[in-house]
Design a protein around this ligand. Structure first.
Ligand SMILES: NC(=O)c1ccc[n+]([C@@H]2O[C@H](COP(=O)([O-])OP(=O)(O)OC[C@H]3O[C@@H](n4cnc5c(N)ncnc54)[C@H](OP(=O)(O)O)[C@@H]3O)[C@@H](O)[C@H]2O)c1
Length: 259
C-alpha cells in the first residue's frame, strides 16, 4: 500500500488505534482527517496536533454519514484512503434479559453498520481516486472472546464483508485492506489484562508492525497475536475457543450493566 502523499479519513481517529495511525500517517506526509463523537476530545486532539483535521461525526447515524461525505468530498476532493476504525466493545451477560433492546445492538450499529454505510457513502470518490479502504476488524474475527459476544460477532461480520468487498472492487482499482489487531492497550481494551493468555501490545507497537506489513503489501494485516489466533483456529479450534472463554469468563458482568 502506498503510505505517503495521500488524503486520509479515519473514523474514530480521536483516540486509541485511530489516533496512533493518524499521527503515523501525518508523520509520513499525508493529509489526515479524523472523526469521533465527543467534541471535547476532538478539540483536545486539534490543540495537540494542529495539522490534523477534526470533524465531529457518529458512524452509527446515517444522516451524519451523509453530511460527512458531502463535507469531505467538497473540502478534500483528493480523498483516497478511508480507514473504518471507529468501534466499541462491551462485555455482556447473555443469561439475563437486556434492559434495553435498542441499546443491545449498539456494537452492531457502530462496528458493522457504520463500516458498511461509510463505504457506501464514499465509494464514488474512492473509485474516482483509485483509493484504498482499510476496514478495522480484530483478531477476534477468528476466535470469539465469549465475554464480548456481540463485539466478536461484529468483527467476524466485518471480516466476511471485507472479503466480499475486495472481490467486488477488484477491477475498480480500489484496494481493500483489513487490519486485524490483537489486544492493544487502549480505552476499549482497558479490561483485558496481560497474563491471562493475552499479550497486550501498545499502539506504538501495533503501528510499527502494521506499517511494516502494509509496506510489504499485506491485504490482511495480522500483527502480533492475531497471526497466532488465525493459526490456532485452524489447528485446534475447540481448544483455542475454550482458552478464550476461560480467559474472559471473569469479564462477564454479574448483573444488568447498561443493556
Ligand atoms: N484495542 C484493542 O485491543 C483492539 C483490538 C482489535 C481491534 N480493535 C478495533 O480497533 C478499533 C479502534 O479501537 P480502539 O481500541 O482504538 O478504541 P478506543 O481507544 O476506545 O477509541 C475508539 C475511537 O472511536 C471513536 N468512536 C466510537 N464510537 C464512534 C462512533 N459511533 N462514531 C465515530 N467515532 C466513534 C471514539 O471516539 P468517541 O467515543 O468520541 O466517538 C474513539 O476515537 C475498533 O474498531 C476496535 O474494535 C481494538
Amino acid at each position: 500500500m502506498k503510505l505517503t502523499g495521500r488524503t486520509i479519513l479515519i473514523t474514530g481517529g480521536s483516540a486509541g488505534i485511530g489516533l496512533a495511525f493518524a499521527l503515523k500517517f501525518l508523520e509520513l506526509g499525508n493529509e489526515v482527517i479524523v472523526t469521533g463523537r465527543r467534541r471535547t476530545v476532538l478539540e483536545e486532539v486539534k490543540a495537540n496536533y494542529p495539522k490534523l483535521h477534526t470533524i465531529q461525526s457518529d458512524v452509527a447515524d446515517p444522516a451524519q454519514i451523509v453530511a460527512l461525505a458531502k463535507r469531505v468530498k467538497a473540502g478534500f476532493p483528493k480523498l483516497d484512503l478511508l480507514m473504518n476504525n471507529a468501534g466499541i466493545m462491551l462485555h455482556k451477560n447473555l443469561k439475563i434479559p437486556a434492559s434495553d433492546l435498542y441499546g443491545l445492538m449498539a456494537e452492531v450499529d457502530i462496528n458493522v453498520a457504520g463500516v458498511i454505510r461509510m463505504n457506501s457513502a464514499f465509494i464514488d470518490i474512492l473509485t474516482a481516486n483509485k483509493g484504498t479502504v482499510i476496514n478495522v476488524s480484530s483478531a477476534l474475527a477468528f476466535v470469539p472472546l465469549p465475554s464480548a459476544p456481540i463485539y466478536s460477532a461484529t468483527k467476524a461480520a466485518v471480516h466476511a464483508y471485507t472479503q466480499s468487498l475486495r472481490f467486488q472492487l477488484e477491477e475498480t482499482g480500489v484496494e481493500v485492506i483489513e487490519l486485524m489487531p490483537p489486544a492493544v492497550k487502549t480505552d476499549l481494551a482497558a479490561d483485558i489484562t496481560e497474563g491471562d493468555g493475552f499479550t497486550v501490545i501498545t499502539t506504538d507497537e501495533l503501528v510499527k508492525q502494521s506499517f511494516a506489513l502494509l509496506k510489504a503489501g499485506a491485504v490482511e494485516v495480522r500483527p502480533g497475536q492475531a497471526k497466532q489466533l488465525a493459526f490456532m483456529r485452524r489447528l485446534a479450534p475447540d481448544f483455542i475457543n475454550r482458552q478464550l472463554w476461560k480467559a474472559s469468563k471473569k469479564l462477564v458482568p454479574v448483573g444488568v450493566v447498561g443493556s
